[in-house]
Design a protein around this ligand. Structure first.
Ligand SMILES: *Cc1c(COP(=O)(O)O)cnc(C)c1O
Length: 359
């Protein structure tokens, strides 16, 4: 097989070791002579898998005991609606900090359910976050929402916004488990699995106990955090195969040095690529240095035709899915946890060759 590196933003590549284990176990999981997909989610073996996956994620991410971990469906977009349904209470409104496509989309969906105030935290005309202290006003809101990694533009926010005692909610779809964070600063963290955790179809919600049980009357059971907590995230049939794959990813990360090692690798990969971009006169990245994403690296030649040629030739060389999101154009290399540094080096080698040919 020729070596392919998959830079897809999502669904994204998964660790090879995990896929190989899934392949080995596909027809005979836990000596059942059947696959994990074909057993009852309420059976002893799957319930054990579910319990263990929660314990493993808790250990891996240092999730405090007063937080629940839910495995839900509907993706991050489902949570865009679930959050206001569950969290809007006495104050009757929420504050959304916007820094790009996903945070703005979350705010737009939330507006269907509640009064939303929105503050753009990017500096005018720049990909740079210039405001993170909202402690003066946060108390007026039931929660404050933000997106610490804007997957499309490659803008990451490394500092946690200051919101006083208000509830902070984060869409971590594209940077969950990419480095250790202090979970206790957050009320809710959520993420679709398909970037950094596993396959599409499962969504992780990490939520502080005291925020559960406040859902409005009309909240559908599948979106009600209390109902899902009480049902072990199984108020309906969960996506068992996706859950199983996530459980393997957690075990894989735990066996390979946990998040300390993950963060080191992610830093090294991103540094290598940004350093190359900074030294290049052919490509440029437009994100302010302080907000450069460790996960999604955007770049352009500044010429649409050359960009298209780059993507086509890269694909032919086994460097897949480098086309930037349609709202932004250019290129984007998503280098999530599963991307080895060899993949980043292969990309740089190709970039060098392409630049020499077209400079
Ligand atoms: C991909 C992505 C989403 C959308 O996720 P779905 O699971 O498809 O709803 C939302 N937010 C961020 C930050 C993303 O990267």
């Amino acid at each position: 097989m020729t070596q392919v590196y998959n830079f897809s933003a999502g669904p994204a590549m998964m660790p090879t070791a995990v896929l190989e284990q899934a392949q080995r176990e596909l027809l005979n999981w836990q000596d059942q002579h059947t696959s994990v997909m074909e057993v009852s989610h309420r059976g002893k073996l799957f319930m054990e898998l579910a319990t263990q996956s929660v314990a493993d994620l808790r250990a891996l991410y240092n999730v405090p005991d007063n937080y629940q971990i839910l495995f839900l469906q509907g993706g991050a977009r489902g949570q865009f609606a679930a959050l206001p349904m569950n969290l809007i209470g006495e104050k009757g409104k929420a504050l959304y900090l916007t820094s790009g496509h996903w945070s703005a989309t979350a705010a737009k969906e939330a507006r269907n359910f509640a009064e939303i105030d929105e503050i753009n935290i990017l500096a005018e005309g720049e990909l740079r976050v210039d405001r993170l202290d909202f402690s003066e006003i946060a108390d007026n809101y039931d929660y404050v929402h933000y997106c610490p990694n804007e997957t499309i533009s490659g803008v990451e926010i490394f500092e946690v916004p200051k919101v006083g005692n208000a509830v902070l909610v984060a869409d971590m779809s594209s940077n969950i488990l990419s480095r250790q964070i202090d979970i206790s600063k957050f009320g809710v963290i959520y993420a679709g699995a398909q970037k950094n955790l596993g396959p599409a179809g499962i969504t992780i919600v990490i939520i502080r106990d005291d925020l559960i049980g406040k859902a409005r009357q009309a909240t559908p059971s599948i979106w009600n955090y209390a109902t899902q907590r009480d049902a072990d995230s199984m108020i309906n049939t969960p996506p068992t195969f996706a859950w199983y794959l996530c459980s393997l990813v957690f075990k894989h990360l735990l066996a390979n040095g946990g998040l300390t090692a993950v963060e080191k690798r992610n830093q090294a990969k991103a540094e290598l690529l940004y350093q190359y971009l900074d030294n290049s006169t052919f490509y440029r990245n437009e994100v302010a240095k302080a907000n450069r994403s460790l996960m999604n690296v955007t770049f352009t030649t500044g010429d649409d035709e050359l960009n298209a040629k780059f993507v086509a030739e890269a694909t032919a060389c086994g460097l897949h899915a480098l086309k930037g999101h349609k709202v932004l154009g250019g290129m984007r290399a998503s280098i999530y946890n599963a991307m080895p540094i060899e993949g980043v080096q292969a990309l740089i080698d190709f970039m060098q060759k392409f630049a020499q040919q077209h400079q």
